[in-house]
Design a binder for this molecule. Sequence first.
Ligand SMILES: NC(=O)c1ccc[n+]([C@@H]2O[C@H](COP(=O)([O-])OP(=O)(O)OC[C@H]3O[C@@H](n4cnc5c(N)ncnc54)[C@H](O)[C@@H]3O)[C@@H](O)[C@H]2O)c1
Length: 322
Amino acid sequence: MRGAVVGIGVIGSVHAQLLRERGELAAVCDIAAERCAAFPEAPAYSDYVTMLEEVRPDVVHICTPHYQHAEMATAALGRDINVLCEKPLGIGREDLARILEAERRSKAQLGVCLQNRYNAPVKAAKEYLKEARALGGMGLVAWHRDAVYYASGTWRGKKKTAGGGVLINQALHTLDLLMCLIGTPAYVTAKTANLTLKDEIEVEDTVAAVFSGGAEFSLFATNGSASEFETEIVIRTDRETLRILPDRLYIGGRCIGGGEARRYGKYCYGTGHAGIVDDFYACVKEGRKFPIDGKEGAKVVRLILAAYQSRGKRIEIEGVRE
Ligand SMILES: NC(=O)c1ccc[n+]([C@@H]2O[C@H](COP(=O)([O-])OP(=O)(O)OC[C@H]3O[C@@H](n4cnc5c(N)ncnc54)[C@H](O)[C@@H]3O)[C@@H](O)[C@H]2O)c1
Protein backbone atom coordinates (compact mmCIF):
# COMPACT_ATOMS: atom_id res chain seq x y z
CA MET A 1 0.00 0.00 0.00
CA ARG A 2 1.20 3.51 -0.84
CA GLY A 3 0.21 6.39 1.42
CA ALA A 4 0.70 10.12 0.91
CA VAL A 5 0.41 12.84 3.53
CA VAL A 6 -0.85 16.38 2.87
CA GLY A 7 0.17 18.88 5.56
CA ILE A 8 3.49 17.99 7.22
CA GLY A 9 2.88 19.99 10.40
CA VAL A 10 2.53 18.75 13.98
CA ILE A 11 0.28 15.78 13.23
CA GLY A 12 1.15 15.22 9.56
CA SER A 13 4.68 14.40 10.73
CA VAL A 14 3.23 11.67 12.96
CA HIS A 15 1.30 10.18 10.01
CA ALA A 16 4.35 10.36 7.73
CA GLN A 17 6.54 8.75 10.42
CA LEU A 18 4.05 5.90 10.80
CA LEU A 19 4.06 5.30 7.03
CA ARG A 20 7.87 5.52 6.93
CA GLU A 21 8.14 2.79 9.56
CA ARG A 22 5.81 0.61 7.50
CA GLY A 23 7.72 1.29 4.25
CA GLU A 24 4.54 2.78 2.79
CA LEU A 25 5.34 6.51 2.46
CA ALA A 26 4.77 7.36 -1.21
CA ALA A 27 4.74 11.19 -1.09
CA VAL A 28 4.57 14.22 1.18
CA CYS A 29 2.95 17.55 0.40
CA ASP A 30 3.12 20.92 2.13
CA ILE A 31 2.95 24.51 0.96
CA ALA A 32 5.90 25.13 3.29
CA ALA A 33 8.53 23.17 1.30
CA GLU A 34 10.99 22.94 4.21
CA ARG A 35 8.56 20.78 6.20
CA CYS A 36 8.81 18.00 3.60
CA ALA A 37 12.60 17.90 4.03
CA ALA A 38 12.21 15.71 7.12
CA PHE A 39 11.10 12.89 4.79
CA PRO A 40 13.76 12.96 2.02
CA GLU A 41 12.95 9.42 0.91
CA ALA A 42 9.54 10.50 -0.43
CA PRO A 43 8.80 12.77 -3.41
CA ALA A 44 7.76 16.21 -2.15
CA TYR A 45 4.95 18.35 -3.54
CA SER A 46 3.58 21.77 -2.73
CA ASP A 47 0.32 21.33 -4.62
CA TYR A 48 -1.90 18.50 -3.42
CA VAL A 49 -3.86 18.11 -6.67
CA THR A 50 -0.63 17.61 -8.65
CA MET A 51 0.44 15.10 -6.00
CA LEU A 52 -2.85 13.17 -6.25
CA GLU A 53 -2.63 13.10 -10.08
CA GLU A 54 1.03 12.12 -10.32
CA VAL A 55 1.38 9.73 -7.38
CA ARG A 56 -2.14 8.21 -7.33
CA PRO A 57 -1.58 6.93 -3.76
CA ASP A 58 -3.79 4.18 -2.35
CA VAL A 59 -4.48 6.42 0.66
CA VAL A 60 -4.09 10.15 1.20
CA HIS A 61 -3.83 11.40 4.78
CA ILE A 62 -5.33 14.88 5.13
CA CYS A 63 -3.48 16.68 7.93
CA THR A 64 -4.06 20.30 6.96
CA PRO A 65 -5.95 23.03 8.85
CA HIS A 66 -9.65 22.41 9.52
CA TYR A 67 -11.11 24.65 6.82
CA GLN A 68 -9.31 22.72 4.04
CA HIS A 69 -10.57 19.24 4.90
CA ALA A 70 -13.77 19.41 2.83
CA GLU A 71 -12.05 20.59 -0.34
CA MET A 72 -9.18 18.11 -0.10
CA ALA A 73 -11.29 15.10 0.91
CA THR A 74 -13.73 15.80 -1.91
CA ALA A 75 -10.90 16.13 -4.45
CA ALA A 76 -9.36 12.80 -3.43
CA LEU A 77 -12.63 10.87 -3.18
CA GLY A 78 -13.60 12.27 -6.60
CA ARG A 79 -10.48 10.54 -7.95
CA ASP A 80 -11.37 7.30 -6.11
CA ILE A 81 -8.43 7.73 -3.75
CA ASN A 82 -9.01 6.53 -0.19
CA VAL A 83 -8.90 9.29 2.42
CA LEU A 84 -7.88 9.20 6.06
CA CYS A 85 -8.88 12.68 7.23
CA GLU A 86 -7.72 14.23 10.49
CA LYS A 87 -10.42 15.59 12.78
CA PRO A 88 -12.66 17.50 12.50
CA LEU A 89 -14.18 16.14 9.29
CA GLY A 90 -15.41 19.67 8.52
CA ILE A 91 -16.26 22.93 10.22
CA GLY A 92 -19.81 23.53 8.97
CA ARG A 93 -22.88 21.61 7.83
CA GLU A 94 -22.10 22.50 4.19
CA ASP A 95 -18.66 20.89 4.56
CA LEU A 96 -20.23 17.72 5.95
CA ALA A 97 -22.84 17.52 3.18
CA ARG A 98 -20.17 17.99 0.52
CA ILE A 99 -17.87 15.32 1.93
CA LEU A 100 -20.66 12.79 2.56
CA GLU A 101 -21.87 13.22 -1.03
CA ALA A 102 -18.33 12.72 -2.37
CA GLU A 103 -18.01 9.60 -0.19
CA ARG A 104 -21.31 8.25 -1.50
CA ARG A 105 -20.21 8.69 -5.13
CA SER A 106 -16.66 7.39 -4.66
CA LYS A 107 -15.34 3.85 -5.13
CA ALA A 108 -12.83 4.69 -2.38
CA GLN A 109 -13.29 4.76 1.41
CA LEU A 110 -13.31 7.72 3.76
CA GLY A 111 -11.96 7.27 7.29
CA VAL A 112 -11.88 9.92 10.01
CA CYS A 113 -8.94 10.03 12.39
CA LEU A 114 -10.66 9.66 15.76
CA GLN A 115 -7.71 7.63 17.03
CA ASN A 116 -8.60 7.75 20.72
CA ARG A 117 -11.25 5.11 20.05
CA TYR A 118 -8.25 2.79 19.58
CA ASN A 119 -6.71 3.53 23.00
CA ALA A 120 -6.63 0.35 25.10
CA PRO A 121 -8.51 1.90 28.11
CA VAL A 122 -11.32 3.02 25.79
CA LYS A 123 -11.59 -0.42 24.21
CA ALA A 124 -11.68 -2.02 27.68
CA ALA A 125 -14.39 0.41 28.84
CA LYS A 126 -16.42 -0.40 25.73
CA GLU A 127 -16.18 -4.12 26.56
CA TYR A 128 -17.31 -3.44 30.16
CA LEU A 129 -20.29 -1.47 28.88
CA LYS A 130 -21.51 -4.49 26.92
CA GLU A 131 -22.52 -5.94 30.32
CA ALA A 132 -23.13 -2.79 32.39
CA ARG A 133 -25.59 -0.01 31.62
CA ALA A 134 -24.24 3.54 31.46
CA LEU A 135 -26.26 5.94 33.61
CA GLY A 136 -24.37 9.10 32.70
CA GLY A 137 -20.97 10.49 31.85
CA MET A 138 -18.72 13.46 32.37
CA GLY A 139 -15.74 14.61 30.31
CA LEU A 140 -13.07 16.95 31.62
CA VAL A 141 -10.43 18.66 29.47
CA ALA A 142 -8.20 21.14 31.31
CA TRP A 143 -5.24 22.11 29.15
CA HIS A 144 -2.94 25.09 28.84
CA ARG A 145 -2.77 26.65 25.38
CA ASP A 146 -1.27 30.14 25.43
CA ALA A 147 -0.73 32.88 22.86
CA VAL A 148 2.44 31.17 21.61
CA TYR A 149 0.46 28.04 20.76
CA TYR A 150 -2.15 30.01 18.82
CA ALA A 151 0.57 31.94 16.98
CA SER A 152 2.14 28.65 15.83
CA GLY A 153 -0.32 28.44 12.92
CA THR A 154 -2.14 31.35 11.26
CA TRP A 155 -5.28 29.21 11.05
CA ARG A 156 -5.50 28.58 14.82
CA GLY A 157 -7.89 30.56 17.00
CA LYS A 158 -9.99 31.86 14.09
CA LYS A 159 -13.62 31.00 13.40
CA LYS A 160 -13.17 30.95 9.62
CA THR A 161 -10.18 28.61 9.50
CA ALA A 162 -10.44 26.55 12.72
CA GLY A 163 -14.24 26.59 13.06
CA GLY A 164 -13.97 27.34 16.77
CA GLY A 165 -11.64 26.93 19.72
CA VAL A 166 -11.19 24.34 22.45
CA LEU A 167 -14.43 22.54 21.63
CA ILE A 168 -13.79 21.72 17.96
CA ASN A 169 -10.03 21.41 18.27
CA GLN A 170 -9.15 19.80 21.59
CA ALA A 171 -12.36 18.56 23.28
CA LEU A 172 -13.73 16.95 20.10
CA HIS A 173 -11.97 13.69 21.00
CA THR A 174 -13.47 13.58 24.50
CA LEU A 175 -16.93 14.31 23.15
CA ASP A 176 -16.51 11.62 20.51
CA LEU A 177 -15.52 9.08 23.16
CA LEU A 178 -18.45 10.00 25.42
CA MET A 179 -20.77 9.42 22.47
CA CYS A 180 -19.02 6.27 21.39
CA LEU A 181 -19.24 4.79 24.92
CA ILE A 182 -22.63 6.08 26.10
CA GLY A 183 -24.68 6.74 22.96
CA THR A 184 -25.93 9.54 20.76
CA PRO A 185 -27.80 12.36 22.50
CA ALA A 186 -30.67 14.34 20.96
CA TYR A 187 -30.26 17.69 22.75
CA VAL A 188 -27.55 20.03 23.96
CA THR A 189 -27.37 23.04 26.25
CA ALA A 190 -24.00 24.78 26.06
CA LYS A 191 -22.19 27.99 26.78
CA THR A 192 -18.81 29.05 25.50
CA ALA A 193 -16.49 31.78 26.77
CA ASN A 194 -13.11 33.26 26.15
CA LEU A 195 -11.81 33.53 29.69
CA THR A 196 -8.07 33.96 29.26
CA LEU A 197 -7.15 34.88 25.68
CA LYS A 198 -9.46 37.75 24.77
CA ASP A 199 -6.71 39.72 23.01
CA GLU A 200 -5.26 36.69 21.27
CA ILE A 201 -8.06 34.62 19.74
CA GLU A 202 -11.55 35.24 18.43
CA VAL A 203 -12.87 31.79 19.43
CA GLU A 204 -13.72 30.21 22.79
CA ASP A 205 -11.08 28.88 25.15
CA THR A 206 -13.71 27.36 27.48
CA VAL A 207 -16.97 25.45 27.06
CA ALA A 208 -19.53 23.87 29.37
CA ALA A 209 -22.07 21.60 27.71
CA VAL A 210 -24.82 19.24 28.84
CA PHE A 211 -26.06 16.59 26.39
CA SER A 212 -29.35 14.77 26.92
CA GLY A 213 -32.08 12.74 25.28
CA GLY A 214 -31.18 9.08 24.84
CA ALA A 215 -27.65 9.53 26.16
CA GLU A 216 -26.82 11.76 29.11
CA PHE A 217 -23.40 13.31 29.58
CA SER A 218 -21.73 16.61 30.24
CA LEU A 219 -18.45 18.19 29.21
CA PHE A 220 -16.27 20.88 30.66
CA ALA A 221 -13.28 21.89 28.57
CA THR A 222 -10.81 24.72 28.81
CA ASN A 223 -7.54 25.69 27.19
CA GLY A 224 -7.14 28.31 29.90
CA SER A 225 -6.05 25.99 32.69
CA ALA A 226 -3.01 27.25 34.57
CA SER A 227 -1.40 23.86 34.03
CA GLU A 228 -2.02 20.75 31.99
CA PHE A 229 -4.19 17.89 33.32
CA GLU A 230 -4.83 14.44 31.92
CA THR A 231 -8.09 14.31 30.04
CA GLU A 232 -10.58 12.31 32.01
CA ILE A 233 -13.92 10.65 31.34
CA VAL A 234 -16.08 9.36 34.20
CA ILE A 235 -19.00 7.04 33.49
CA ARG A 236 -21.47 5.97 36.16
CA THR A 237 -22.99 2.58 35.41
CA ASP A 238 -25.49 0.29 37.13
CA ARG A 239 -22.43 -1.64 38.36
CA GLU A 240 -19.17 0.20 39.03
CA THR A 241 -17.99 3.67 38.06
CA LEU A 242 -15.45 3.89 35.22
CA ARG A 243 -12.66 6.47 35.05
CA ILE A 244 -10.96 6.58 31.67
CA LEU A 245 -7.58 8.31 31.35
CA PRO A 246 -5.33 8.40 28.27
CA ASP A 247 -3.28 5.40 29.39
CA ARG A 248 -5.33 3.61 32.03
CA LEU A 249 -8.82 2.70 33.12
CA TYR A 250 -10.20 2.47 36.66
CA ILE A 251 -13.12 0.13 37.20
CA GLY A 252 -14.33 0.95 40.69
CA GLY A 253 -11.02 1.00 42.60
CA ARG A 254 -9.13 -1.33 40.24
CA CYS A 255 -6.61 0.14 37.82
CA ILE A 256 -6.21 -1.51 34.44
CA GLY A 257 -3.11 -0.49 32.48
CA GLY A 258 -3.25 0.83 28.95
CA GLY A 259 -1.31 -1.96 27.22
CA GLU A 260 1.97 -1.67 25.40
CA ALA A 261 0.98 0.44 22.41
CA ARG A 262 3.70 2.79 21.21
CA ARG A 263 3.02 6.50 21.60
CA TYR A 264 3.48 8.93 18.69
CA GLY A 265 3.44 12.69 19.24
CA LYS A 266 2.15 14.28 22.44
CA TYR A 267 0.87 12.32 25.46
CA CYS A 268 -2.58 13.84 24.99
CA TYR A 269 -2.91 12.28 21.49
CA GLY A 270 -3.25 8.89 23.20
CA THR A 271 -1.77 5.75 21.69
CA GLY A 272 -4.32 5.22 18.94
CA HIS A 273 -2.67 6.67 15.82
CA ALA A 274 -0.81 3.47 14.90
CA GLY A 275 -3.94 1.39 15.54
CA ILE A 276 -6.22 3.54 13.40
CA VAL A 277 -3.76 3.76 10.49
CA ASP A 278 -3.23 -0.02 10.50
CA ASP A 279 -6.96 -0.68 10.71
CA PHE A 280 -7.78 1.74 7.89
CA TYR A 281 -5.12 0.23 5.62
CA ALA A 282 -6.28 -3.31 6.43
CA CYS A 283 -9.88 -2.36 5.60
CA VAL A 284 -8.86 -0.81 2.27
CA LYS A 285 -6.64 -3.77 1.38
CA GLU A 286 -9.23 -6.40 2.30
CA GLY A 287 -12.21 -4.47 0.94
CA ARG A 288 -13.81 -4.24 4.42
CA LYS A 289 -15.84 -1.23 5.55
CA PHE A 290 -13.85 1.00 7.90
CA PRO A 291 -15.99 1.68 11.00
CA ILE A 292 -15.28 5.42 11.42
CA ASP A 293 -16.62 6.51 8.05
CA GLY A 294 -17.99 9.89 6.99
CA LYS A 295 -21.31 9.49 8.78
CA GLU A 296 -19.59 8.45 11.99
CA GLY A 297 -16.96 11.20 11.78
CA ALA A 298 -19.64 13.80 11.05
CA LYS A 299 -21.60 12.95 14.22
CA VAL A 300 -19.26 14.62 16.68
CA VAL A 301 -19.06 17.69 14.43
CA ARG A 302 -22.87 17.88 14.48
CA LEU A 303 -22.81 17.81 18.30
CA ILE A 304 -20.23 20.60 18.29
CA LEU A 305 -22.09 22.78 15.77
CA ALA A 306 -25.24 22.45 17.87
CA ALA A 307 -23.30 23.31 21.03
CA TYR A 308 -22.03 26.51 19.38
CA GLN A 309 -25.57 27.35 18.31
CA SER A 310 -27.10 26.70 21.74
CA ARG A 311 -25.93 29.88 23.58
CA GLY A 312 -27.36 28.55 26.82
CA LYS A 313 -30.65 27.20 25.41
CA ARG A 314 -31.54 23.51 25.15
CA ILE A 315 -31.70 22.77 21.43
CA GLU A 316 -32.09 19.71 19.27
CA ILE A 317 -28.91 18.39 17.62
CA GLU A 318 -29.52 18.38 13.88
CA GLY A 319 -28.86 15.27 11.84
CA VAL A 320 -27.39 12.89 14.45
CA ARG A 321 -30.29 10.46 14.71
CA GLU A 322 -30.62 9.85 10.92
N1 LIG B 1 -5.95 13.44 15.98
C1 LIG B 1 -5.22 14.21 16.79
O1 LIG B 1 -4.97 13.89 17.93
C2 LIG B 1 -4.69 15.51 16.27
C3 LIG B 1 -3.64 16.16 16.92
C4 LIG B 1 -3.17 17.37 16.37
C5 LIG B 1 -3.77 17.90 15.24
N2 LIG B 1 -4.82 17.23 14.66
C6 LIG B 1 -5.50 17.79 13.46
O2 LIG B 1 -4.59 17.74 12.36
C7 LIG B 1 -4.78 18.87 11.52
C8 LIG B 1 -3.49 19.66 11.43
O3 LIG B 1 -3.13 20.13 12.71
P1 LIG B 1 -1.62 20.49 13.08
O4 LIG B 1 -1.62 20.79 14.52
O5 LIG B 1 -0.72 19.45 12.55
O6 LIG B 1 -1.45 21.85 12.24
P2 LIG B 1 -0.11 22.50 11.70
O7 LIG B 1 -0.40 23.92 11.45
O8 LIG B 1 1.04 22.12 12.56
O9 LIG B 1 0.11 21.74 10.31
C9 LIG B 1 -0.67 22.00 9.16
C10 LIG B 1 0.25 21.88 7.95
O10 LIG B 1 -0.54 22.00 6.76
C11 LIG B 1 0.20 22.76 5.82
N3 LIG B 1 -0.71 23.29 4.80
C12 LIG B 1 -1.60 24.31 4.93
N4 LIG B 1 -2.28 24.47 3.77
C13 LIG B 1 -1.83 23.52 2.92
C14 LIG B 1 -2.13 23.18 1.57
N5 LIG B 1 -3.07 23.83 0.88
N6 LIG B 1 -1.46 22.16 1.00
C15 LIG B 1 -0.50 21.49 1.69
N7 LIG B 1 -0.15 21.76 2.96
C16 LIG B 1 -0.81 22.76 3.57
C17 LIG B 1 0.88 23.83 6.66
O11 LIG B 1 1.99 24.43 6.00
C18 LIG B 1 1.30 23.02 7.88
O12 LIG B 1 2.59 22.44 7.74
C19 LIG B 1 -5.94 19.65 12.15
O13 LIG B 1 -7.12 19.21 11.55
C20 LIG B 1 -5.90 19.24 13.60
O14 LIG B 1 -7.13 19.37 14.27
C21 LIG B 1 -5.27 16.06 15.13
